[in-house]
Design a protein around this ligand. Structure first.
Ligand SMILES: [Ca+2]
Ligand SMILES: [Ca+2]
Ligand SMILES: [Zn+2]
Length: 408
């Protein structure tokens, strides 16, 4: 038991050197101050996500966090820098045992909008060797720092529980939606889904939105107008007009890696250049008002795999539900309830075959359901329906007013 004390003393020394130079204005993990610069002086890791700053050039060479683990307890962490000019190269982050031993050190990649960057924890402790205070250490020894996020999974964004970000509503209550089947199905996996499977699952997901909106409207009379929202879906059979103005929404399938499991947007500002050649009709007609792209090759591979998974129908269904949430005007939320992400959490985490977020390599997509939070926010966006006068949202996000419920 002496060893930890010795290490603590040795590491404690720099605090005196840097204490006077501690950068002002930091708010690491919401503490209003800089996270501890030493092993001994570690800041408690919040139960929710922490955001912080490491600034080795400005008197902040280390940020240490600590949490207690029982012997044998599993703990998985996300520890990522936020992409930006302040992070020229991956900076190291480490998981440290109570006795100071480094259990795992990794260059923390930069968090981006790419699902693949954040779909899995990067510090992994399947079983804590002893009970005690473990540490997460962001080190500026390489001279590199920046803004980072750190959390123990399942992570939730700080102070964002039951809040969802908003875009303007679509100016029609009817969404004429054309589903354009993929050119082929199994993508080389003879056991995999067929093109018909993909289309059928997509139509099921669209029908689920309709059913859920009706159910919510019936249960909440003040939002009864949501029953007027209607997805009218058709499957492209070669005869429909593809002039880009006949459809409110087109659903496309992409058969190569696109960097996300899906994408959606209205107004053609989707950064489409990489995928245009794959769209079956884009050379003969402009896109519809809104488009959804579903990647049939997952961008987030399973643990240990070098080749991304083929999408499962369960994952496809979740993606279609999520992307149509964007069409309605929802952005994202960081709401987790009982360890499960809301439908509009992004990037949606994978769960593995043993039910953990990392593990045996068997990726599973937990069934996601539209939530009361999602529906409340849609009710807010479409409050124009009774008057017919479309209004932009007067706020950038919606806070839940009703108890959180899933509409499965
Ligand atoms: Ca700091
Ligand atoms: Ca610090
Ligand atoms: Zn999204």
């Amino acid at each position: 038991m002496r060893l930890p004390l010795v290490i603590a003393v040795v590491l404690l020394t720099p605090i005196a050197l840097h204490a006077s130079a501690a950068p002002p204005g930091q708010n690491d993990a919401g503490t209003g101050a800089d996270a501890g610069n030493t092993f001994a002086d570690a800041t408690p890791l919040p139960t929710r996500s922490a955001v912080g700053t490491l600034a080795p050039q400005a008197g902040d060479p280390h940020d240490w966090y600590k949490l207690h683990l029982d012997a044998g307890e599993a703990a998985y962490f996300f520890a990522y820098y936020l992409c930006g000019i302040a992070v020229p190269a991956p900076a190291p982050v480490a998981l440290v045992a109570p006795d100071g031993t480094i259990l795992q050190a990794t260059p923390a990649p930069c968090f981006s909008t790419s699902a693949s960057a954040t779909s899995r924890p990067n510090l992994i402790l399947p079983a804590a060797p002893v009970a005690g205070e473990y540490r997460i250490h962001f080190s500026g020894d390489a001279g590199v720092g920046g803004d980072y996020t750190v959390c123990r999974t399942p992570c939730a964004w700080p102070d964002a529980l039951d809040r969802i970000d908003l875009m303007p509503p679509y100016p029609s209550a009817t969404f004429r939606t054309l589903v354009i089947p993929p050119a082929h199905g199994d993508l080389g996996n003879p056991e995999g889904p067929t093109a018909d499977d993909y289309v059928r699952t997509t139509l099921d997901a669209l029908a689920e939105w309709d059913r859920v909106l009706d159910e919510y409207a019936a249960r909440h009379p003040q939002h009864a107008y949501l029953a007027a929202l209607r997805i009218e879906a058709e499957v492209y059979d070669g005869t429909q007009t593809l002039d880009g103005r006949s459809w409110d929404v087109e659903v496309h399938f992409l058969e190569t890696h696109y960097g996300a499991r899906g994408a959606a947007g209205c107004g053609r500002a989707l950064g489409l250049a990489p995928v245009l050649p794959q769209l079956r009709h884009v050379t003969i007609a402009p896109l519809a008002n809104c488009s959804i792209f579903i990647t049939l090759v997952n961008s987030a591979s399973s643990a240990g795999e070098l080749i991304p998974d083929f999408v499962t129908l369960a994952a496809l269904r979740n993606s279609v539900l999520h992307e149509f949430g964007h069409i309605f005007g929802l952005v994202h939320t960081w709401t987790y309830v009982d360890g499960r992400p809301d439908l509009m959490v992004s990037p949606a985490p994978f769960y593995w075959g043993d039910g953990s977020i990392v593990g045996d390599g068997g990726a599973m997509a937990p069934r996601l359901c539209v939530s009361s939070l999602d529906l409340e926010a849609i009710a807010y966006l479409y409050r124009w329906i009774p008057t017919g006068v479309v209004q932009p949202p007067a706020k950038g996000s919606h806070e839940a007013e009703l108890p959180y419920e899933l509409y499965c």
